[in-house]
Design a binder for this molecule. Structure first.
Ligand code: GLU
Length: 484
């Protein structure tokens, strides 16, 4: 199968050795967006050659995290596809064939140096003030002789014969790149147990899976130089490369090195009740901007607008405050019903009553002050069980005029029979205003006592929403209590 020149085949190639890091989530997102923008294909390839650290459990979690973000793939270990299998651990034959091709062409050689010998040499190089590198010992062995030693079962690796000179490629983000191959050394392709190294497996797979664009972090730049040499040696045209600038933490340290700190992994945002669209929007803007200059973008607009020409060369800063702001905007853009439905599992998990109407009233009351749904239950709990009044709140209720107002209001509330005439927040506010008119109380002196009576606080959601959130019975009782 030959690639159509305009066909976009992208891939995301995680190693299932940990949960999905937000930095990798951005890489996955950019690949997904490019595939969708260009009506191409996204491949999910699982790079599980590190048998000790890779697990199926982590693979499943990676997939679940990607699904949560809304990034589905067209080919992959779970959905199959024309280039299956999509797990590197199941592709040994592909790597063996490519290694044979390179050996036969004299572009690779067998290396019989033991790990101990290599370690000793590295030590000596370091002691002499040199960068540790493979010294080329086995490159000079006679190929026939090396073949016989391998035949007789002698342990060996297969190394690439780095041709020397400068490696050049045009990076779609960074422009023309030149890397001196002298810094790279004859690197290993297949380990002595037959397991391929990352660079080799990556090239063999990207080639066979017909990947047109490789989009990944720029920590892979030197790997790309190795890979470009491999493509040339294999006689396969290389894909186009696009290297994404690093993401930095707010203290300018590398985000990729951030561990054990809150907010490092995608699942944490799901568990905290962030909307996936908010995380996706935020990650999209870590190194790309919309031509419109807008910050709040839904998936559809991202797909429409995203392309590599607006991807930045300079590092992006992971601004957690901006993420919170965006997350709040995404929450509030949701229809209330849908948001309340999403809130219910969080209310349930917090041991709060699970009821669609109350969930809707609580969500309506508190959605303006939260970034994620996990922040809702503590506010509801405080609404249901207010703490003791602070001095300022107590001072509001200490005023004669305030108590008279609340007393009148409580009378009115108690007079309207609840079962025959349901009352909502808007009616409650009208009733309060009526009481105010009768007693000649206006503005802050009218609303503040009611707010403090209902919540024990000077600030919070709109009064009508609060009334709906606690219900008429509780509201009436609180106003009566405050009037005493
Ligand atoms: N498994 C590699 C990683 O997670 C993939 C890098 C690449 O995209 O080539 O870093």
């Amino acid at each position: 199968m030959r690639l159509e020149s305009n066909e976009h085949r992208l891939r995301f190639a995680p190693s299932p050795t940990g949960r999905l890091h937000v930095g990798s989530a951005r890489t996955a997102l950019y690949n997904w967006l490019l595939a969708r923008h260009h009506a191409g294909v996204l491949v999910l390839r699982i790079e599980d050659t590190d048998a000790e650290r890779s697990t199926r459990d982590l693979e499943e979690r990676l997939m679940a995290d990607l699904h949560w973000m809304g990034l589905e793939w067209d080919e992959g270990p779970d959905v199959g596809g024309p280039h299956a299998p999509y797990r590197q651990s199941e592709r040994a034959a592909v790597y063996a064939a490519r290694a044979r091709q390179l050996l036969e062409a004299g572009r690779a050689f067998r290396c019989f140096c033991s790990d101990e010998l290599l370690a000793t040499k590295r030590e000596a190089q370091r002691a002499a003030g040199e960068e540790p590198h493979y010294d080329g010992t086995c490159r000079r062995l006679d190929a026939g002789e090396a073949g016989r030693r391998a035949q007789s079962g002698e342990t060996h690796t297969i190394r690439f014969h780095v041709p020397g000179g400068v490696v050049r490629f045009d990076d779609l983000v960074r422009g023309p790149m030149e890397i001196d191959s002298a810094t790279l050394g004859d690197f290993v392709l297949l380990r002595s147990n037959g397991v391929p190294t990352y660079n080799f497996a990556c090239v063999a797979d990207d080639a066979e899976m017909q990947i047109s664009h490789v989009v990944r972090g720029d920590d892979h730049l030197y790997n790309t130089a190795r890979q470009v040499m491999l493509y040339a040696a294999l006689g396969i045209p290389a894909p186009q490369f696009a290297h994404l600038a690093l993401i930095l933490d707010e203290d300018r340290s590398k985000l990729s090195k951030r561990e054990g700190r809150e907010g490092t992994y995608a699942y944490e945002y799901r568990d905290a009740g962030f909307l996936p669209g908010a995380l996706v929007n935020f990650l999209a803007l870590l190194g790309w901007s919309s031509p419109s200059g807008d910050d709040i973008l839904d998936l559809e607009r991202l797909v429409q607008e995203f392309d590599l020409d607006r991807v930045s060369k300079s590092p992006a800063i992971f601004d957690a405050r901006k993420l919170r702001w965006m997350a709040g905007e995404h929450l509030r853009a949701q229809p209330l019903e849908a948001l309340a439905e999403r809130a219910r599992p969080f209310l349930r998990a917090a041991g709060l009553p699970d009821d669609p109407e109350r969930a809707a009233a609580w969500t309506a009351a508190f959605k303006d002050g939260i970034a994620c749904l996990g922040e809702l239950p503590p506010r509801v709990r405080e609404l249901l069980h207010p703490g003791p009044l602070d001095a300022e709140a107590a001072a509001v209720l200490g005023q004669e005029e305030a108590r008279r107002l609340l007393d009148t209001l409580a009378d009115r509330l108690e007079r309207v029979p609840g079962d025959t005439q349901p009352m909502d927040g808007a009616q409650f506010k009208r009733l309060l205003q009526e009481c105010g008119r009768e007693l000649g109380v206006r503005g802050k002196s009218l609303f503040m006592p009611a707010r403090v009576a209902l919540t024990g606080r000077l600030h919070g959601p709109e009064l009508a929403l609060l009334f709906d959130a606690m219900g008429r019975e509780t509201a009436t009782k609180r106003i009566r209590d405050a009037a005493r």
